[in-house]
Design a protein around this ligand. Sequence first.
Ligand SMILES: [Zn+2]
Length: 187
Amino acid sequence: MKQAGLARTMNNLYFACIDCKVYVDAGYRWALWSLEEPGIVKRGIPISVDSVFAASEYWTPWNTGSAEWLQSEVLPSVRRFLEEHRKHRLVFGNTADFLSQDGDGILDWMQVGFSPALLPRYFVERLGFKTWDQVCNFVARQASLPWWWMLDWDDLHNKFRQKFQDLVESRNPCQRSGAGACKYGGH
Ligand SMILES: [Zn+2]
């Protein structure tokens, strides 16, 4: 049951940076057809960024109902991702191919690009949230709740909240929740 929430995203395909623990949607069926089937990428195996950039079919979608979505949403974010992380260890695959096997692995990761998963690092690093209230207000405006939001098994919601707090505090050591005085004087 521990992986039940993650299972929802298992069928998607991503590029993932092992060094930065960041991943991006690769365009599911389009990536399957234009990258994986021709053998340009293999799941869970380090990719060659040059080979992906040279895969002209992948970058010029046609004859698919998803072409506009790919052109406007997915491919630009994939290109940015590959350029930004090209010197790092990059793999292709679904979440099971790059997350560690324990269910907490996802806590250290951030999705960017198209329809990013609402994970603690995304709230802090991309949205700049500093309080859990900001997270709650943001989540309340979403069409659907994050998969970890309402689940009480394994205390998952609290783990995500704690991770968020740890990230905020590591960025702003003076803003420890509940601490009135700054323990880190001199700045
Ligand atoms: Zn990286």
